[in-house]
Design a protein around this ligand. Structure first.
Ligand SMILES: [Fe+2]
Length: 70
C-alpha cells in the first residue's frame, strides 16, 4: 500500500508528542481540503450529500481547533 501522507508515518522516537500532534493537524488539514472540494463538487448536484459533507467539515475544523495551541 502506498501512502501519501508523510507526517503521520512511524518515527524512531515514539515519545515525540509534538510530532504526533503536528501529524494529526496535517491530517485534519487534508480532510478539510478534501471536504471543501467535495462541497464545491456537489453544489447544485446533490444538496443532501453536500449538507452531510458540510457537517463533516465542521467536525474536522473543530478537531483542528482543539489541537492548535498557541
Ligand atoms: Fe478529525
Amino acid at each position: 500500500m502506498k501512502t501519501n501522507q508523510k507526517s503521520l508515518q512511524p518515527i524512531e522516537d515514539t515519545t515525540d508528542v509534538e510530532y504526533v500532534i503536528r501529524g494529526v493537524i496535517d491530517a485534519e488539514n487534508s480532510a478539510i481540503e478534501g471536504y471543501n472540494k467535495l462541497i464545491k463538487e456537489w453544489d447544485g448536484v446533490d444538496y443532501v450529500t453536500q449538507d452531510l459533507v458540510i457537517t463533516l467539515l465542521a467536525d474536522e475544523q473543530s478537531h483542528r481547533t482543539v489541537l492548535r495551541v498557541t
